[in-house]
Design a protein around this ligand. Structure first.
Ligand code: NAD
Length: 478
């Protein structure tokens, strides 16, 4: 049985309690046991990180960079080895997990390579004085991550935090901690003890971290409700917070969109990870002249998914990660139906007998959806997507912006300039033109995050590095 302990000072630390982690695709299968940290364990981890900070901040940048580049190599080599374990604990397809590890390795390299320029101090001088503005690390950073893409979301915190000279206490989500922790142990071993520590548990462990006086910053990826409680918890010790939260990302399909190109990309954007990712396409606005053709072709493409256990051959769409998400998405579909919407249930069940053994949902499409309906207005985070028709692009932009969320968005058109003009009017942290995600260049240079209640601050790029520094201004009077 796979057993994951806490990792403090590069040593396994056992706890009294272990959580049985069950396969979301086979309820009877216990995939592993996960240590559960008490507040005392969290304190031990934070103190280890605090001790290590004194030395790590003094390690020259070039050495920190070199260690991170080694970490990227370790992750690229080891990631594929835990892809099956991750599939069993989180429900995400094996190929998706392997690809995520290699993308996460690229995230580490990007941060290491961007750091020298981003961290260069300002040095100016005149007859009367000289000014030096140094970018110094913040201290112990708590990184709290969700279950849906655990490797990449962790590395987006780990890489910039460490290259800037901070130390870390990470808390993965209990339903996606086993594979990630195996990778983190290999990576942590490259660094001095205490630079990377990993604690496990739910809200109690999270709260112990976010209230600890020696934690200087909390970087959190997850849902808005938890973010609000973290902000309150962090207030007593005036910690900085950086939040990557949910989105209700609109795709606006203009009248001249190339449907041959757009449909497979939007389907991938809506249904990859069974819709469980923050910048998934969550509502589609289609020009009325294309609406009916779009719906038929979109549904035909979605119908090709085979839903089942990620280790079963031929499966392209796994289960929901957990019961709460399964019930929430199922109930959204039920309420949409009860309100009179047409909910098309598509795809094929890979194992009809085993269907009730996991948190399985078939992919669903709701054509001609009411723009004011719950399914359009709320983030679903699952395999159901509404399609809304529009006559006038002004209306589509107004609907897109009529939300408390503003993470990502996309515009689809053969006319790039027209699409960019629409993009500029969308209230979002990111807009993709003719795709539902970033290009490789975009991953390196786009600040990742959202406006309004989709987050505070950004990850990735030079901007993301800026989240992990304080400024120390030294003014020399002559
Ligand atoms: P969640 O907010 O329930 O949990 C995230 C993490 O917070 C977990 O590790 C959890 O154990 C921990 N946690 C729970 N209660 C806590 C508390 N009181 N104090 C401190 N930590 C606590 O989120 P989830 O269900 O795992 O993920 C789904 C949400 O995350 C969605 O809304 C999704 O859009 C969002 N998300 C955002 C991004 C992004 O980059 N913007 C990426 C992925 C997911």
């Amino acid at each position: 049985m796979h057993k994951t302990h806490l990792l403090i000072d590069n040593r396994d630390v056992a706890t009294e309690d272990y959580l049985e982690v069950r396969d979301p695709g086979r309820h009877d299968d216990v995939v592993g046991l996960l240590a559960q940290a008490t507040p005392a364990h969290v304190d031990q981890a934070v103190r280890a990180a605090h001790r290590a900070f004194a030395g790590w901040r003094r390690v020259p940048l070039a050495e920190r960079q070199a260690l991170l580049l080694q970490a990227a190599d370790v992750l690229a080599a080891e990631g594929p080895k835990v892809a099956e374990l991750m599939a069993r604990e989180s429900g995400m397809p094996v190929a998706t997990n392997a690809a995520e590890a290699s993308m996460a390795a690229a995230v580490i390299r990007d941060n290491a390579e961007l750091a020298p320029e981003a961290l260069r101090p300002l040095e100016v001088e005149d007859e009367a004085s000289a000014v030096i503005v140094e970018k110094v690390p913040v201290g112990v950073v708590a990184g709290i991550v969700p279950w849906n893409a655990p490797i990449i979301l962790t590395m987006r915190k780990l890489a910039p935090a460490l290259v800037c000279g901070n130390t870390l206490v990470l808390k993965p989500a209990p339903s996606a901690a086993l594979g990630l922790s195996a990778l983190l142990a290999r990576i942590a071993a490259l660094f001095p003890p205490g630079v990377i520590n990993v604690v496990h548990g739910g809200a109690e462990a999270g709260q112990a971290l976010t209230t600890h006086p020696l934690v200087r910053k909390v970087s959190f990826t997850g849902g808005g409700a938890v973010a609000r409680s973290i902000m309150k918890a962090a207030a007593d010790t005036l910690k900085g917070v950086q939040f990557e939260l949910g989105g209700n990302d609109p795709a606006i399909v203009l009248a001249d969109a190339d449907l041959d190109q757009a449909i497979p990309r939007i389907v991938g954007g809506a249904f990859r990870r069974a819709g469980q990712f923050c910048f998934a396409v969550k509502r589609i606005y289609v020009h009325t002249s294309l609406h009916d053709a779009f719906v038929e072709r979109f549904c035909a493409e979605v119908d090709r998914f085979t839903v089942g256990h990620p280790l079963q051959a031929g499966v392209t769409l796994g289960p929901m990660n957990n019961e709460a998400q399964y019930r929430y998405v199922g109930q959204l579909a039920e309420r949409a139906r009860a309100a009179g919407a047409e909910v098309r249930v598509l795809g094929t069940r890979a194992d009809p007998e085993g269907w009730s053994q996991g948190w399985y949902l078939q992919p669903m499409v709701v054509p001609d959806a009411d723009p004011d309906s719950e399914l359009v207005r709320e983030e679903q985070f699952g395999p159901i997507v509404p399609i809304v028709r529009f006559d006038d692009v002004e209306q589509a932009v107004a609907w897109a912006n009529d939300s408390e969320l503003g993470l990502a968005s996309s515009v689809w058109s053969r006319d790039e300039a027209a699409a960019v003009a629409v993009a500029r009017r969308i209230e979002a942290g990111m807009t993709f033109i003719n795709n539902a995600g970033t290009s490789r260049l975009g991953q390196r240079h786009s600040p990742f995050g959202g406006v309004k209640q989709s987050g505070i601050g950004r990850e990735s790029s030079e901007v993301g590095l800026g989240e992990y520094v304080e400024y120390h201004a030294i003014n020399v009077h002559k």
